[in-house]
Design a protein around this ligand. Structure first.
Ligand code: GN1
Ligand code: MG
Length: 359
């Protein structure tokens, strides 16, 4: 069976395979593989088929349970509020013939969701769409503030910077592919370590009981939102990493992509600056969306959150580089090092602006 036929057979666990015309790749996530399912005679995809990376999400049952709890909760609230167009505002996962929202075929896990009609992703935002995004993610967190069922920590310590620094130490000690000989690699180790204590502030506040964990999205990149053709936020997607975390996760990670004037892996560091206009617009929307629960300690540390996420992402890409590229998909051998430099450049740019009192 070729790959195309295999995908049809997998999709057949969720939908009537006779109606499927084609199944083709969609999007550019670094973790899961995603495909669009086209139906004969229709211009837009009807469903999205996704291969779940169970090396990253080792408890697929917990993963799908978290997602179902969250999407059902949001859907019920939207229904109660008589929100129009609900099917385009919250994801819906199909039940497979097993009765679950995923199937295991051979050693691989798969799921299918409805494609959100007339939606597009964007890689860049304007101040207006950054404001809308702030409001949407703030709203998303406040909608989830009263979820009663327990949401599992699907990737333990996912945004715990102390843990990420420990993983970097482990990578350095193992030096699995001999990358520790490089002068530049050693320079980055020093730069990262010099700021480690300062950047672990959030974890200290948590231990002191001053900072709560809330249900957060934890991957608030711009391309994890769907927009309508007028550029308005429709729906938040990529719900795999929803888990208890500091609000810093959603605030800081969004700005890491949205306020970067360059690309996440821009080889030209001259392109990379932190855009204050986007920061201000996102902050305004986020404060409106979270006004029912945000504490003064959370509010005061939002500029710190904007520095924490490029720092943490640099640490993660860098550790993966030293480990020999075992986690993130790469397109060329030095990709994780290029990503590290780009995230570090962004980090320095935000940090300078925080120190100047601009955030
Ligand atoms: C991964 O798969 P994707 O691109 O949505 C990663 C995020 C990183 C991001 C960097 C589970 O997200 O944490 O910020 O790459 N997700 C996981 O682009 O590790
Ligand atoms: Mg994604």
């Amino acid at each position: 069976m070729n790959e195309g036929n295999a995908l049809f057979a997998i999709a057949a666990h969720f939908v009537d395979a006779a109606q499927i015309a084609t199944i083709q790749p969609l999007g550019n996530g670094l973790i899961n593989d995603t495909y669009k399912i086209m139906i004969a005679g229709q211009e837009q995809p009807k469903y999205v088929l996704q291969h779940i990376n169970d090396k990253v999400f080792t408890d697929v049952d917990m993963l799908q349970r978290n997602i179902e709890i969250v999407t059902n909760h949001i859907r019920r609230k939207y229904e109660a509020a008589r929100m129009p167009d609900i099917d385009r505002r919250v994801l819906h996962f199909l039940k497979a013939d097993t009765g679950k929202t995923y199937v295991k075929v051979g050693e691989e896990y798969w799921r299918v969701m409805d494609f959100i009609a007339d939606s597009v992703t964007q890689d860049a935002v304007t101040p207006q769409s950054a404001y809308d995004a702030g409001l949407s993610f703030g709203d998303f967190e406040s909608l989830l503030a009263d979820v009663k069922e327990p949401i599992g920590e699907i990737i333990p310590n996912f945004h715990n910077i102390e843990f990420r620094l420990k993983q970097l130490d482990d990578a350095i000690a193992a030096d699995a592919v001999g990358r520790m000989k490089d002068r530049e690699v050693l320079d980055y180790v020093k730069k990262i370590k010099d700021l480690a204590y300062e950047m672990c502030l959030g974890e200290r506040l948590y231990r002191e009981g001053k900072l709560p964990k809330r249900i957060c999205h934890c991957d608030t990149k711009v391309n994890n939102m769907l927009f309508d053709k007028y550029g308005k936020v429709l729906c938040i997607i990529d719900l795999d990493t929803i888990m208890p975390s500091f609000v810093f996760s959603d605030f800081g990670d969004f700005l890491r992509s949205a306020a970067n004037t360059g690309a996440e892996d821009d080889p030209d560091l001259g392109n990379i600056h932190f855009n204050i206009e986007i920061y201000d617009a996102f902050l305004k929307g986020y404060l409106e969306g979270t006004k029912s629960f945000l504490t003064p300690v959370e509010r005061e540390h939002l500029p710190y959150a904007a520095t924490l996420f490029p720092y943490m992402q640099a640490v993660r890409f860098f550790a993966d580089y030293i480990n020999g590229d075992t986690y993130y998909k790469i397109q060329y051998p030095e990709h994780n090092m290029v990503r590290t430099r780009a995230q570090w450049k962004l980090f320095e740019s935000v940090k300078r602006r925080t120190e100047n009192g601009e955030l």
